[in-house]
Design a protein around this ligand. Sequence first.
Ligand code: AMP
Ligand code: MG
Length: 311
Amino acid sequence: MKRLGCLVLALALLLCGCRQADGPTEMTVFAMDTVMDLKLWGPDAQQAAQKIQVLLQELEATWSVTDEDSLLSRLNRGQGTPDPRQQALLDLALEYKALTGGAFDPQLSAVADLWGFRSKAYAVPDAARIREALQTRQWDLGGILKGYAGNEAVSLLKALKIDRAILNLGGNVQTYGQKPDGSPWIIAIENPRGGQPVGQLAVSGTMAVVTSGNYQRYFEQDGKRYHHILDPETGYPAESGLASVTVVCSDAAKADALSTALFVMGLEEAAAFWRSHRDFQAVFVTLDGGIRVTADACFSGSPCEVIPYEN
Ligand code: AMP
Ligand code: MG
């Protein structure tokens, strides 16, 4: 009976999220094909966590590439009409395409399908079929949706006057508010080769820390790795010499779009992009394990080379 009681309690905590005495309210949500961890502090934290859970599930239902009934699938079949809010997200994605000179491209769904990144039936496609799929403009917001969700979650946290929060939206980390002791949030940067993190970033207040990497989704064929970040010019996984890019930015959708785009650009072009914009910070891990950090980023851990403000 005692064991049954414990089991019921454990299940209840798992399903409803839990609040430790004076500690944060925590909730784990599975959405957008990934695990998301929410940690919130404040009197209305439980309510806010539930609202964020609903938000994440709604965004997934609207923008899923695998659900045939989603708005995104219908748009890709030439059906359905986005409401003004949904249209604004599509427009935003196209704005980032323009800003990044096409490195971020939210209409590569047909190409990703060919590689099996949807069905998980992975295979290197025929070159002619890739060229054909590149002409088929089909929406895929996978490179920006979690960031957009981060921004929407921040609006909810503000509206509900949450003290502070840290949300891990499947590798997209969103911090919110200040820690009581004024110390920064510390976010670990994964090692693309596995094992211990390569280092950590310190960020203050409300900030998004987003990583795109060749280790997050990939398959191997004939000893070669094929990952999920596609070069819009070739339709093949981007071979830019990078293993991961982490972007820190106050706007999470921008951080997300840029992490994908900078990965495609490669180190030189990405460094030039940072110099001409300066509204984000970045950490690059190269394929040979080198670490390059923009001069404005607060990185510690493994030895790294700083990318200076002036070239
Ligand atoms: P991220 O993990 O944010 O870099 O996004 C990668 C996801 O975005 C992939 O799984 C695809 O759904 C999509 N994607 C792949 N290549 C690109 C690209 N060049 N631009 C925009 N989205 C992309
Ligand atoms: Mg992205």
